[in-house]
Design a protein around this ligand. Sequence first.
Ligand SMILES: [Zn+2]
Length: 298
Amino acid sequence: MKKRWMLSAVILAAGCSADNEGAAEAENNVHTNTETAPDENNSAAEELNETNDAEDNSEEEELEIEDEEENEEGKDEEESDGEEDMEEPETPAYSLQGDSSIAPLEEGAENNAVLLTIDDAPDQHAVEMAETLAELDAGAIFFVNGHFLEGEEKEEMLQHIHELGFEIGNHTMTHPNLRDVTEGETEEEIIALNDRIEEIIGERPRFFRAPFGVNTDKSEEVVETEGMQSMNWTYGYDFEADYMEAEALEEIMVETELLRGGANLLMHDRSFTLEALPGIVEGLREKGYEIVDVRDIE
Ligand SMILES: [Zn+2]
């Protein structure tokens, strides 16, 4: 059932060196919300905690009730046969915050949810990552690039990830730093990918994540006209040299002091991240966090 993956040599795929993603972030505090250089994560975390520490009064019933409702939906009614319950509309329970975290819509509700996101997909490991997450019943957003959607095989990969119930997000056609391209190119980078995704899975993405976390006035405008929400992330490590290895990554993703309710976890389509995924999900759950169902985000 659970797949174990041999640790393979670290080969960063072309298109997005995650190293660059981390490095570039550092320079871009002007246009982005909370993206920080990995080294600045600690102070960023403090800021985030300051703004979000308010909701520590436990109110666990809420989440239990939700779970029960889901179960009922799943079991009771004979669902129009074969239709997965993932197609059913659900009442949003969370909203995306300006700092890229998620928060319960209901005031005072405990926030023990975390959001998983996988960038630069579908390259080599996204399908296995999706299958692994599906087995663990953990939701995620796969942020995809147009250059990973060329050819029938890639289209099928995207379809498969979508059919497993995962949210497909827009991460631009070619993964440029949007500060280095023209406004027209920015428009093309985002809208052409939405068209492409819709062509493949029949839906336009709800979420946008700029490469390197670099948003611009133009990208924000396009995101708005496309009716999307833009997010960066609150923490991630698989682009740092020390954590390009499953065991270290698994540990830091769960043990980091940046882990908190509402955290938005950045990961990438990488072999070591795939290998670390089960341990990350289990570790988060052991700490009392719930992996959010992306459909529950309004
Ligand atoms: Zn990226």
